[in-house]
Design a protein around this ligand. Structure first.
Ligand SMILES: Nc1ncnc2c1ncn2[C@@H]1O[C@H](COP(=O)(O)OP(=O)(O)OP(=O)(O)O)[C@@H](O)[C@H]1O
Length: 603
C-alpha cells in the first residue's frame, strides 16, 4: 500500500486512518536523515522534512523554510504536522542524537508538549473528524547555527470560539471540557459514546503532564480548571421575559443560585445584573436599560466565548514563553503551517468566509510557487517559457478583500455603523456595489439573504443573517469591567488588557473579526513569501474516516481540487498553452499527468 506520492513540487499524503507499523519509526527517520540522496527513496513526509532541513544547512536564499500542510477536515494535517515536529525534535535534537526516543527531551520535549495542550483546548469532535483542530497554526522551529533545535514559537489563527456556546448537531465542545468533567467523575455526559470517553480519559493525563512539563504550576492549573467549570455553569443560566418591560428579565431559582460567579470569582449579584442590564452612556450620564430575553442569552454566550478565547490566547503566550529561544541563540527556522481546509456546509457564515479566504490566499501562493518552479525548470532546459493561463484566483481575492470596494470592506462598513445590523441592508449593498464581479452571484428565488462566491475549489453560499454581529464580536463593556475585578488572578490578568470598547465608538477605529483576521493572514503571507515553501496536500480517502478504505471517486475529486485543476476544461487549457508556447510535445501531459499519476500511485 502506498501512502505518499509526489505531484510536481507537492507531496500528496493519503490518510490510512490507522497507525501503520514502522511508517514513522525512529529507524525510518534515521534512514531518511542519513541517506546521501533521500529523494531516491520511496515518497515520504520525511523526504520533505529532510529536504527543508538540508536547505537550511545549505544556506541558499531564502534559507528559512515553510512546510505548508493543507487538506480538508480529517485529511491528516495535524497528524502530518506532528510527524514533522517529531522528526525535527529527533534529528535536530540539541541533546544526544538518535539514540532512542528518550533522547527527545528538554526543549524538544517541551516543543512536542505544546501539542497536547493546544489540541485539548483547540480541538473538538466534529462530524468530519473526532479530533478536529478548530484553529489554524504556524509553528516556527528555531535552529541554531549547527541546525540544532533550540526553541519554537506558535502563532494561532481564528479559534472557532462560537463552539463554546453552541455546537452543530452531533458535534462536541472543545476536548478540555470533557477531559475535566471526566476527572471530576461527572462522566454521565459520555455514556452515549464510550469510545470517545476512553480517549478523553487518557488525554487528560497527557494534557496535565504537558502542562507540568511546560511549567504551568498547580495553582495556575487550578485557576484554569475553575474558569472552565465557571464557563460550563454559565451555560446553565436561563432567562425568561419580565412582565414589566422596565424590569430586567427573570431568573429561575437554579439560575439565581448558579455557581458560575463563585467559580469565576466575581460578585453573583453583579454578574446577573450585567447579563441582564445594559448601561448606556449619554454624555456624563449613564442610563440603565433592561435587555430582552434574547439579548441576555447573547450576552451570556458572548461572555463564555470571550473568557474561553482569552484563556486560549493566554495558553499560547505561556507556551511561547516556555519554548521560544532567545533571539540571539537561533539563526534560522523551519515553519510548519497547519491550517483549516476549504469549507462548504449547508449553512456557511463568517467563519467559513474567513477560512475560505485564507485558503484562497494560500492557493494563490501555491500557484505562484508552482509556476515559478515550472518556469525555472523550462529555463534550465533551454525551453521558451510563456505565461500559461492557469486557474487564477486573483479576481476572487479582489472580490473578497480588494480596495476600495469588496465583500470585506462593505461588511466592515456595516459593522462599524452604530446601529443594529440588518441582513437585507447588507445584501442590497453587496448587490449594488459588486454586481459587476463575475465571482459573486445571488439566487434570485431564495428568500434567505445570502451571496454565493465562486472560489477556486467550488461555489459557496454564505448566509448574511448574523454575519455583521459576528464581525462586530461585541463584548458588553460592563462584563469586561466586572471581570477586570475578578479575584481569580488569571481572569484578572487576561481581562486587564482588554479595553472596554464603548459600543458607541464609531468609524475605522473599530476592530472587526475580518480586519483582525486579514491582518494576521497578511503577516503570515509575508513570512511565507520570505521562506522556501514545501507543500504537502493531505487526502481523506473516504468520508467516514474508515481505516484502509479508498473510495476512488472521492480521491479523484479531491486530487483534482488539491492540484487546482478543478474543472477539467481548465486543465486542458493549461496543457494546450504549455504545448503551443513551448513547442515541447512531451509537456502536453503537464498537469494532467500529475493528476493521473497521483491516482495511480494510490491504487
Ligand atoms: N498518516 C497517518 N497514519 C495513521 N492515521 C492517520 C494518519 N493521518 C491521519 N490519521 C488519522 O486521521 C485522523 C484525522 O487526522 P487529523 O486530525 O490530522 O486531520 P486534520 O486534517 O488535521 O483535520 P482537521 O482539519 O479537522 O483538524 C487522526 O486522528 C488519525 O487518527
Amino acid at each position: 500500500m502506498v501512502f505518499y506520492t509526489h505531484a510536481g513540487c507537492t507531496l500528496v499524503a493519503l490518510n490510512p486512518f490507522q497507525p501503520i507499523p514502522d511508517l514513522y519509526s525512529l529507524d525510518v527517520m534515521k534512514e531518511y536523515h542519513c541517506a546521501p540522496q533521500p529523494q531516491e527513496f520511496k515518497p515520504h513526509i520525511f523526504i520533505m522534512a529532510e529536504e527543508a532541513y538540508r536547505n537550511v544547512r545549505g544556506q541558499l536564499e531564502p534559507v528559512n523554510q515553510s512546510l505548508v500542510v493543507s487538506g480538508e477536515s480529517g485529511a491528516g494535517k495535524t497528524w502530518t504536522s506532528r510527524c514533522l515536529m517529531n522528526y525535527y525534535a529527533t534529528v535536530a535534537a540539541s541533546s544526544s542524537v538518535l539514540k532512542s526516543q528518550d533522547t527527545v527531551e528538554r526543549i524538544e520535549r517541551r516543543v512536542l508538549d505544546s501539542n497536547p495542550i493546544m489540541e485539548a483546548f483547540g480541538n473538538a469532535c466534529t462530524l468530519r473528524n473526532n479530533n478536529s483542530s478548530r484553529f489554524g497554526k504556524y509553528i516556527q522551529l528555531q535552529l541554531d547555527r549547527c541546525q540544532l533545535l533550540v526553541g519554537a514559537s506558535v502563532q494561532t489563527y481564528l479559534l472557532e470560539k462560537t463552539r463554546v456556546a453552541c455546537q452543530p448537531a452531533s458535534e462536541r465542545n472543545f476536548h478540555i471540557f470533557y477531559q475535566v468533567l471526566h476527572q471530576t467523575q461527572k462522566s454521565h455526559v459520555f455514556r452515549v459514546r464510550c469510545i470517545v470517553w476512553f480517549v478523553f480519559k487518557d488525554s487528560f493525563v497527557e494534557t496535565m503532564d504537558a502542562m507540568v512539563h511546560l511549567g504551568i504550576d498547580k495553582e495556575k492549573q487550578q485557576q484554569i480548571f475553575r474558569i472552565l467549570a465557571g464557563i460550563l455553569h454559565l451555560g446553565n443560566v436561563r432567562f425568561s421575559p419580565s412582565t414589566d418591560e422596565t424590569q430586567p428579565c427573570n431568573l429561575d431559582e437554579k439560575s439565581k443560585g448558579n455557581a458560575s460567579a463563585e467559580l469565576l470569582h466575581v460578585s453573583a449579584e453583579e454578574l446577573l445584573t450585567c447579563l441582564r442590564v445594559r448601561t448606556l452612556k449619554a454624555g456624563k450620564q449613564s442610563v440603565l436599560k433592561p435587555c430582552s430575553q434574547a439579548e441576555c442569552s447573547v450576552r451570556r454566550d458572548c461572555l463564555a466565548k470571550v473568557i474561553y478565547a482569552l484563556i486560549f490566547d493566554w495558553l499560547v503566550t505561556f507556551i511561547n514563553n516556555s519554548i521560544c529561544a532567545d533571539r540571539s541563540t537561533w539563526c534560522n527556522f523551519i515553519g510548519v503551517l497547519d491550517v483549516y481546509g476549504f469549507e462548504c456546509f449547508r449553512i456557511n457564515n463568517l467563519e467559513q468566509l474567513c477560512i475560505n479566504y485564507a485558503n484562497e490566499k494560500l492557493q494563490q501562493h501555491f500557484v505562484a510557487h508552482y509556476l515559478r518552479a515550472q518556469q525555472e525548470e523550462y529555463v534550465s532546459e533551454g525551453l521558451e517559457w510563456s505565461f500559461v493561463k492557469y486557474q487564477d484566483n486573483q479576481s476572487c481575492l479582489d472580490l473578497l478583500e480588494g480596495s476600495p470596494i469588496s465583500v470585506f470592506s462593505l461588511l466592515n462598513e456595516e459593522s462599524r455603523l452604530n446601529r443594529a445590523s440588518d441582513a437585507r441592508t447588507l445584501k442590497l449593498r453587496l448587490e449594488k456595489e459588486l454586481c459587476g464581479n463575475a465571482n459573486i452571484s445571488w439566487d434570485r428565488f431564495s428568500t434567505v439573504p445570502h451571496f454565493t462566491v465562486a472560489h477556486y475549489a467550488g461555489r459557496v453560499s454564505y448566509q448574511i443573517e448574523g454575519m455583521v454581529e459576528k464581525n462586530k464580536d461585541p463584548v458588553p463593556p460592563e462584563l469586561i469591567s466586572l471581570f477586570q475585578e475578578s479575584e481569580n488572578l488569571l481572569l484578572h490578568q487576561i481581562f486587564a488588557d482588554k479595553e472596554a470598547q464603548n459600543p458607541t465608538t464609531k468609524g475605522l477605529g473599530k476592530v472587526t473579526v475580518v480586519s483582525k483576521f486579514k491582518n494576521s493572514l497578511e503577516s503570515l503571507m509575508k513570512i511565507l513569501h520570505a521562506t522556501t515553501p514545501h507543500y504537502t496536500r493531505c487526502i481523506k480517502p473516504n468520508p467516514d474516516c474508515k481505516p484502509m478504505t479508498f473510495k476512488k471517486e472521492e480521491v479523484q475529486a479531491l486530487t483534482r481540487a488539491l492540484l487546482c485543476v478543478a474543472p477539467e476544461e481548465e486543465c486542458v487549457t493549461f496543457v494546450l498553452c504549455a504545448a503551443v508556447r513551448s513547442s515541447c510535445s512531451w509537456r502536453l501531459v503537464g498537469l494532467w499527468k500529475l493528476f493521473t499519476s497521483v491516482l495511480l500511485a494510490f491504487q
